[in-house]
Design a protein around this ligand. Sequence first.
Ligand code: NAD
Length: 415
Amino acid sequence: MSLFKSTLKQIQEAAEIMKLDQDIVTVLSHPKRVLQVSLPIRMDSGEIKVFQGFRVQHNDVAGPFKGGIRYHEQVDMEEVKALATWMTMKCSVVGIPLGGGKGGIIVNPKTLSKRELEQLTRKYIDRVQALIGPDRDVPAPDVNTNPQIMAWMADEYMKLGNLNKNGVVTGKPLHVGGSKGRDEATSRGGAYVLSEIAKERGIKPENTKVIIQGFGNAGSHMARILAEEGYKIVGVSDSKGGVYCEDGLDAPCMIKCKTEKGTVTKCETMYNHCESLSNEELIEKDCEILVLAALENQITEENADRIKAKYIIELANGPVTPEADKILDKKGIAVVPDILANAGGVTVSYFELVQNQNNYYWSAEKIQRRLKPIMVNAWKRVAEIQKKYHCTLRQAAFISAMVRLEEMLKSRGFE
Ligand code: NAD
């Protein structure tokens, strides 16, 4: 099943539980606009190569479309449509005035030189510029895109005549209009939700083993934050493989080692009690909390039965398939869904946009002070809905989002 079909299934399931007006389901099942662009780039070798890019604008009833841009060899329109739909839901779960969008370019950026990467990024903005802007559609980083790429995007957009429209993208470096706290926001938001769950269910960090799949932006910040809170990080992985250390590992040292050596698999020798594992093996190891911070479709009907964690935190988008969800639910494993667990990222992106528009910048403390109640309230609302309908946390999060979307769509009119 394509990722977009999985998303539609999630919408339909939640809609049936809450008895949502079928017209709303129909509207939310179709992106408002999809765009595919060709991006010819002169490579360092002298040849012209044409890359394909996408931008999907799913729904903007709540405000400008908002969502990251993914650079990946396997990205396609169906995936971008799914990710854009989840963005609409995510913004609604946390109640921020933004809609859902997403973009992508089919490329492995690691195969490009810095010049080629910059050219490709600028060309993408040239092709989508008519559709984006701080009041229309605001891209951000996603897998394999970073603050430097956002700086090129903002610069290109402004060069194309949109003066002082720095808020066209978020996730920029601090010195060109970025927000404090954006780099760790996704993980910080997930950690706030986990803290609430821990409080409610008597989880003691010092007795709690955590495995983190994916050690990029989201995963490495989560490792640091949870280690600071006293959790015992026992396993981490990246695209090259995983490391499991039964007695725990030192998150800051692991982050330093990954930065220096490029992969956590070369850091195993830092400890004498660690074993090297494949990604597949790592997520099946013994732990209380499994943080998924890599890519989609990591837990499927193939491996769901072998998962031992009690809680799964989806910092990645779509890491658990709908079939796997059912198996995990039967096993009593609680999945904190992506549209709630990783919504801290888009929330601080919203803060960045607000700061850019006011040309006034907040301290890191202020960012955390404002992020925390948004995440905690979103969690409480989802938890209440879960109790009301006796459903999964994912279904409750979709219901939470769609209640708000229905109100907005009906007030504004959607025909
Ligand atoms: P990133 O590119 O910084 O990191 C991705 C990490 O996953 C890398 O360490 C990579 O090596 C690893 N990886 C890739 N395939 C893997 C596999 N099969 N097993 C284990 N590890 C693997 O990306 P990111 O920004 O950290 O995003 C990760 C996920 O979080 C994505 O699904 C993204 O959509 C989602 N997300 C990120 C943000 C954000 O602010 N960064 C916000 C919301 C959601």
